[in-house]
Write a protein that binds this ligand. Structure first.
Ligand code: SAM
Ligand code: SF4
Length: 352
């Protein structure tokens, strides 16, 4: 590694595109280790040792879109589709609250059966009966929906940008437009959501320059959270025969994101854990500080197959609690206290 880079990375994280590309391209074991160690130090200095636990509920696998990489895409006729009734979603969220989890993430395909009003009602009921922060991850919606979600009390919104490359974005999304997705991100930010973007590593045709641009996009959009994980090919998609992303490059991307964005919330994603038994632990030691155990009821969970061999498909909630805590403690970290709000956000929770 160039001698001055680790120092610069530690001190400011103000790396240029060329410097990010240079670091991403290093392959020597010692250089990769140096990068991950620097990220771990930046993580400790900027956000401490606590790892925040978010309880994930995948409440519908129905999607109107056809993203080429995703097992839930509209044209995949092999999926057994489901919708959780709103009462059940609220009940599972309340159960998470009783377990001491302080954030619930409600995720789904782009399923417009859940209108703005139905989702807002779910959010309102969770906020009225628990102390949890509510994160939504339900894709691109009319701006009016975002506004009512926020008014209902939703605190955070995850909308990965998927790839910063206009060329790749177009190739992978036959029915959506990059500029529209980015406009959604800007609107979410404007409405005061703690906002998350993020991207996949190892997409077919993706270069290290593209990944550098992904990291720079996260910086430009001043995101609160960044979800980064390897692309994993799904057999019932047009990308079935493409190679998947590798853990090493994904870890480097996580580490550089920590270094460049300093106090961002950075999950050790399920995709990391799905390509390597200890992928999530490795991400936690490379800059990550969030985990998102899956609390979708088991009868639905197997059908939320974004990619094959997803982790934690059959574990009951009590087991998930213990397993996730053990994994956090095993890498010398502590369980995050409080709701784990974004340190960058000036808008925290809306109070009603
Ligand atoms: N439908 C919403 C959306 O697209 O924003 C939220 C749910 S979507 C399943 C959540 C994320 O899964 C996507 O943002 C994408 O990055 C990721 N994903 C989908 N297919 C994947 C694959 N084959 N490998 C890795 N990640 C994938
Ligand atoms: Fe639908 Fe999201 Fe999958 Fe795209 S990534 S097909 S929007 S669930």
């Amino acid at each position: 590694m160039r001698n001055d880079l680790p120092e610069k990375a530690l001190a400011t994280g103000d790396l240029t595109r060329d410097e990010i590309v240079y670091v991403l391209s290093r392959e020597a074991e010692v250089e990769v280790k140096q990068l991950l160690d620097v990220a771990d130090r930046v993580r400790r200095e900027c956000v401490g040792d606590g790892v925040h636990i978010r309880g994930l509920i995948e409440f519908s696998n129905i999607c109107r879109r056809n993203c080429s990489y995703c097992g839930l895409r509209r044209d995949n006729g092999e999926v057994r589709r489901y919708r959780m009734p709103p009462d059940e979603i609220v009940a599972v969220a309340q159960e998470l609250d009783r377990r001491g989890i302080r954030t619930v993430v409600l995720q789904s395909g782009e399923d417009l059966w859940y209108t703005g009003e139905i989702i807002s009602d779910i959010v309102r009921r969770i906020k009225a009966t628990t102390d949890m922060a509510v994160t939504l991850c339900v894709g691109e919606r009319p701006f009016e929906d975002y506004r009512v979600f926020r008014e209902a009390g939703a605190d955070r919104y995850l909308l990965r940008h998927e790839t910063a490359s206009p060329r790749l974005y177009k190739q992978l999304h036959p029915d959506s437009v990059q500029e529209e997705r980015l406009a959604c991100l800007r609107e979410l930010k404007r409405l005061g959501f703690q906002t998350g973007a993020g991207f996949m590593v190892g997409l077919p045709g993706q270069t290290v320059e593209d990944i550098a641009d992904d990291i720079l996009l996260l910086r430009e959009y001043d995101v609160d959270m960044a979800g980064i994980g390897p692309f994993i090919p799904h057999p019932n998609t047009p990308l079935a025969d493409c190679p998947g992303g590798d853990l090493r490059l994904s870890l480097k991307a996580v580490a550089l994101t920590r270094i460049v964005l300093r106090d961002v919330l950075l999950p050790a994603t399920t995709a990391m854990g799905s390509i390597d038994e200890f992928g999530r632990e490795k991400a936690l030691t490379a800059g990550a500080n969030v985990v998102m155990p899956n609390y979708t009821p088991l009868k639905y969970r197997v059908n939320y197959e974004i990619y094959p061999n997803k982790r934690c498909i059959t574990e009951a909630p009590a087991l998930c609690d213990g397993c996730m805590r053990m994994r956090i403690l095993s890498v010398g970290r502590t369980i995050g206290t409080g709701r784990g709000d974004s340190p960058r956000s000036t808008t925290k929770a809306l109070r009603h």
